[in-house]
Design a binder for this molecule. Structure first.
Ligand code: SF4
Ligand code: SF4
Length: 185
C-alpha cells in the first residue's frame, strides 16, 4: 500500500515535466509588455521635463546648472517601473526595457544622466534642446498656414504658392531701420 502511494506521487510529479526555469544558471527573457528599467534615447529627448513632472516616485530630476545646459538625472533606486514616464513623453524618448537584473551595491549603476545643450525661449525664458530638430523647429512646419512677412501674406500650405523655401527666406528677416515714411504701417 505504501509503495503504491509513493508510485502514484512519483507519477504525479513526473507528469507535468519540468515547469521551472534554470534561472539564474540560464538567462531568462522578459515577457512581451514587461516593464523593466526605463531607457532614454538622448537623440530624441527635448529636455521638456514632462517625464519628471509625471513621475510619481520623483526619481527623474531636472537641473539647469547654466543657461545652456540641462541635466536630467534618473535615479533607478526609487523607480517603481510604472511606465508613466514613457507614456507621457511627447517624443517617445523613453522605452521600458526588458532589463530586470539590476541588483547592485553601487547606486550609480541604477542612474542615468542626460546632459542636454539647450537654447532659451525668448518669450517664456525656459530652455529647449538645440542639438536636434525639436518641437520649436517643427512648429513652423506644422499647421495649415505660413505667414510670409515680406509678402505680407498668409499662405496656405495646401496651396501651390507654398514652398518650404519660404521658411528659409524668413530667416533673412531684418528689422526695418529709419524713420517711418508716409504709407508705412
Ligand atoms: S524624456 Fe521625453 S518627457 Fe522626458 S524630458 Fe525628454 S522629451 Fe521630455
Ligand atoms: S517608470 Fe514610473 S517611477 Fe520609474 S521613472 Fe518612470 S514614471 Fe518614474
Amino acid at each position: 500500500m505504501w509503495l503504491i502511494s509513493k508510485l502514484r506521487q512519483l507519477a504525479l510529479v513526473l507528469r507535468p515535466g519540468v515547469v521551472t526555469l534554470r534561472y539564474p544558471f540560464e538567462p531568462a527573457v522578459a515577457p512581451e509588455g514587461f516593464r523593466g528599467r526605463p531607457v532614454w534615447d538622448h537623440h530624441k529627448c527635448l529636455g521638456c521635463g514632462a517625464c519628471s513632472d509625471h513621475c510619481s516616485a520623483r526619481c527623474i530630476l531636472v537641473s539647469d546648472p547654466c543657461q545652456e545646459l540641462r541635466v536630467m538625472l534618473y535615479d533607478g533606486a526609487r523607480c517603481t517601473y510604472c511606465g508613466r514616464c514613457a507614456e507621457i513623453c511627447p517624443e517617445q524618448a523613453i522605452t521600458m526595457s526588458g532589463d530586470f537584473e539590476m541588483a547592485s551595491g553601487d547606486r550609480e549603476d541604477l542612474t542615468t544622466r542626460l546632459e542636454l545643450f539647450m537654447l532659451t525661449c525668448q518669450r517664456c525664458g525656459r530652455c529647449y534642446e538645440m542639438e536636434n530638430d525639436n518641437v520649436l523647429d517643427r512648429l513652423d512646419l506644422k499647421g495649415y498656414r505660413y505667414d510670409h512677412l515680406e509678402a505680407r501674406a498668409m499662405i496656405r500650405k495646401t496651396s501651390p504658392q507654398w514652398s518650404a523655401d519660404l521658411v528659409r527666406e524668413s530667416k533673412t528677416y531684418s528689422r526695418p531701420t529709419g524713420r517711418p515714411q508716409p504709407g508705412d504701417r
